[in-house]
Design a binder for this molecule. Structure first.
Ligand code: ARG
Length: 287
């Protein structure tokens, strides 16, 4: 299937967003401890190099996220952090691993370019052959798996031309969605995958065309307001029932609780200063 002829949708005829019992499934994640985290350059509007960062607190908060996943029964693998690569903690950007196919990131900014080798090495160490794209792709920052479809952002980081490469490498249909607000520079800052058929998103982050696509594919999607979007409330990780999200996204937490999900808030205030939160810190290995 190609991008062009993908017409149906995972939720095309399912009224997903209704209150019901939700079923979790055990997941496999990779994370990178923020030992070397700083904000020493600004490549997104959340980053301010004059704001002090407490690296010890960043590690402590990150450990809270790690233990949340482990308490839920998920497997979390560690990627070795590299000195001089402060954004490596945002492991989601390292690549995409789905059904045994591993695609390593090609970063948009030179400050992050060195992370690709580190994530490629991690993939190899786990028995995945890292595939490269010719065009920029920032991994699961912009490539979100929903059921057996990939929603792919473009406009700020991932190059739209990489979407076709991802479709080719994975054999999965890819839906291209244009992002228009620099605060929501990665798809995972503007759209959350809650389960195989349920998403939540912040409409103003998307072009008219992308919004129309989302409405067609996910007519029952949860629409999130500005207060939650501006604390990166959509930057979540869900196992189908438990939704780990930024603790201050209280409106969104209430919305999903009503649908039968169980929100679990974590405080990642230090990593927020780099423009990321829960999902950014988590690379999911989809099998
Ligand atoms: N400072 C990082 C950057 O701007 C933050 C990345 C956040 N990651 C994410 N998956 N949205 O590239």
């Amino acid at each position: 299937m190609t991008i062009a002829d993908f017409a149906g949708g995972p939720a095309a005829d399912i009224a997903a967003a209704t209150p019901r019992a939700r079923t979790p499934s055990l997941r496999r994640y990779a994370m990178t401890v923020p030992t070397f985290f700083t904000v020493e350059y600004a490549i997104n509007p959340w980053m301010d190099t004059s704001t002090p960062v407490d690296a010890t607190l960043a590690v402590r908060q990150w450990e809270q996220l790690l233990s949340t996943y482990r308490t839920l029964g998920h497997t979390v693998e560690m990627v070795e952090p590299v000195a001089g690569l402060p954004d490596m903690v945002y492991a989601a950007n390292g690549g995409l691993v789905v059904d045994g196919t591993a695609i390593v990131a090609r970063f948009a900014y030179p400050q992050r370019a060195g992370e690709a080798a580190a994530y490629a090495e991690w993939m190899s160490s786990r028995g995945f052959e890292p595939h490269h794209t010719h065009h920029v792709n920032e991994g699961q920052g912009d490539l979100l798996v929903v059921g057996s479809t990939i929603l792919a952002g473009y406009g700020f980081r991932t190059d739209r031309r990489a979407h076709a490469e991802v479709a080719e490498l994975t054999g999965l249909p890819v839906v291209s969605l244009e992002l228009v607000d620099p605060r929501f520079y990665h798809l995972d800052t503007a759209l959350a995958v809650l389960d195989d058929t349920t998403i939540a998103y912040y409409p103003p982050a998307f072009s008219d065309d992308a919004r129309a696509q989302l409405q067609r594919l996910f007519p029952d999607a949860v629409e999130v307001g500005s207060a939650d979007a501006y604390v990166l409330g959509l930057n979540v990780v869900s196992d189908g029932k438990h939704v780990v999200l930024p603790a201050n996204a209280t409106g969104f937490a209430a919305q999903i609780a009503e649908l039968g999900f169980e929100p679990i808030g974590v405080d990642l205030s230090e990593l927020f200063k780099g423009g990321g939160s829960v999902k950014c810190c988590t690379l999911e290995v989809y099998s």
